[in-house]
Design a protein around this ligand. Structure first.
Ligand code: AMP
Ligand code: MG
Length: 476
């Protein structure tokens, strides 16, 4: 692997150099060949891979480090965060000339660990692994998960739990909180250096521009708005949108107590600890704005308050525009006028009132009028929907094809994830993790290669009553 290690050049104030703690007898839980391909790894891996990516053997050229950052958690500033259990192994340049961060999560405590054990539970690692690959399958920007590697170590949360290491592959590990760390420590010069680094690394096309700082922030606003519009469209709830979990490239980052919308309930929050619903589904666009404001504060001395304010004003309209586009694709409609807006509003009312499954509703809609309903309210909405579809002159077949390529048949439903977790944790059977990963890599189509037809219907069904609205705790 061709390690470049650009971040390390920023100097000692930006990180702690540290090698991963050795582990006993690492074993493979799941490996994603499509992520491996990004960094030119083979489609199958053996014990060599486990040794290198569990941290037992150094990877040639890698210079592992724990990154310094801070951030706002649930609205309050926490100056003492940082990679307490994560290590950036380095940045790898692929044969395609792409740069990818390779990061281990659960590689042992660092100086930022604040007394925690530096490990990750097997449970949370599998959750991150599958969600990363699921969101990627849905076309949502996200960090990827190359593999989950089990380690023979018990760690203590509410009870003893199995531990694992997640190998994360990402375009960037620079968080809003990375800027906050230097800003709140009164190190303005380092804020600027981090900004220069970010521009060079992620936006090389603007390095020569005189207003590159402004463009950087504008792009961050745009990408964040776009990301959250996509979350809303697919019904993803991040669960912990703290500023240390926001990546400056607008990539879904740090999966904890996330969830996917089952029945449409806007105030649903997937995070058990989030008692006030700060990070509820319906709050996410607003929280994106709040978090961008925190980033903006750190850049005020460099860009100026007035310019930043102007750029922040673009957030809401940009989000709205992206979100409308997402909804129009989901509905198979392309005239985005006031009638369209009204139709969408009424649709959400209907989804909410009737507690319909958010994902399956759109698959059903693609089959309408071939499929029909016996519900009066739904029927009157459907006939108005059909009127709007007809005025666009698109054929039923074309509309269905477009919609089925946008609206997933399969999402990472809580009960499906739970089955995979139970098998892994109770029976050491990891096959369901791989099956779900493959299924969700292409969530729009049936994949008969590994599934029987009746199985596919099972994976596509509405979430059963008993799993609706489940929440996950942060430590899980
Ligand atoms: P996270 O919940 O992973 O976003 O982490 C929030 C903060 O707590 C970060 O600074 C992490 O590095 C730190 N942290 C979380 N879990 C652990 C752990 N088991 N050991 C050390 N640090 C941790
Ligand atoms: Mg985090």
């Amino acid at each position: 692997m061709n390690f470049q290690n650009r971040f390390i050049e920023l100097g000692a104030e930006f990180y702690q150099a540290k090698t991963p703690d050795p582990v006993t007898d690492p074993y493979l839980i799941d490996y994603s060949p499509s992520v491996g391909k990004l960094i030119d790894l083979p489609s199958e891996v053996g014990s060599d891979f486990l040794d290198h990516f569990s941290g037992n053997k150094p990877l040639e050229g890698a210079q592992p480090l724990a990154m310094a950052y801070s951030g706002h958690q649930f609205g309050s500033y926490n100056p003492r965060l940082g990679d307490g259990r994560g290590l950036l192994l380095g940045e790898v340049q692929s044969q395609n000339q792409e740069m990818w961060d390779i990061h281990l999560k659960g590689a042992g405590p660092t100086r930022f660990a604040r007394g925690f054990d530096g490990r990750a539970t097997l449970n949370s690692s599998i959750r991150e692994h599958l969600a990363s690959e699921a969101l990627n399958g849905l076309g949502v920007p996200t960090t990827r998960s190359l593999a989950v590697i089990g380690i023979r170590e018990l760690i203590y949360r509410q009870r003893p739990e199995l531990a694992a290491i997640l190998v994360r592959v990402a375009d960037s590990h620079i968080r809003f909180g990375s800027f906050e760390f230097f800003h709140y420590n009164g190190q303005g010069k380092n804020v600027e250096r981090l900004l220069e680094f970010s521009i060079q690394s992620y936006y090389p096309d603007i390095v020569e521009e005189s207003d590159k700082y402004r463009i950087f922030f504008q792009r961050t606003v745009q990408r964040t708005a776009k990301l959250i519009a996509k979350w809303q469209a697919v019904g993803f709830i991040h669960g912990v949108m703290n500023t240390d979990n926001m990546c400056i490239t607008g990539t879904t980052f740090d999966y904890g107590p996330y969830g996917f919308m089952d029945r449409f309930v806007p105030k649903y929050t997937s995070n058990h600890s989030d008692t006030h619903g700060r990070y509820a589904y319906s709050q996410q666009p607003e929280i994106g704005f709040w978090n961008l404001n925190k980033l903006a504060e750190t850049l005020t001395p460099l860009i100026g308050a007035e310019i930043l304010e102007e750029l922040m004003k673009q957030y809401q309209p940009t989000f709205n525009q992206f979100y409308r586009e997402e909804m129009s694709k989901k509905l198979g409609l392309s005239i985005l006028d006031s009638e369209f807006s009204q139709l969408v509003q009424e649709m959400f009312q209907l989804l909410h009132n009737q507690q319909l499954d958010y994902t399956n509703f759109f698959r059903f809609l693609a089959n309408y009028p071939a499929a029909s309903s016996s519900d009066d309210d739904l029927n009157s909405w459907l006939s108005r929907y059909l009127e709007l579809a007809q005025r666009e002159g698109i054929s039923y077949e074309d509309r269905k094809a477009q919609m089925d390529a946008t609206n997933p048949k399969f999402i990472l439903r809580t009960h499906l994830l739970q089955t995979a977790l139970d098998k892994a944790l109770k029976e050491s059977d990891f096959s369901e993790i791989s099956r779900l990963r493959v299924l969700l890599e292409n969530p729009f189509q049936d994949q008969p290669k590994i599934f029987e037809e009746h199985e596919l219907e099972h994976y596509a069904q509405d979430t059963p009553e008993t799993s609706i609205g489940r929440q996950t705790s942060c430590s899980a």
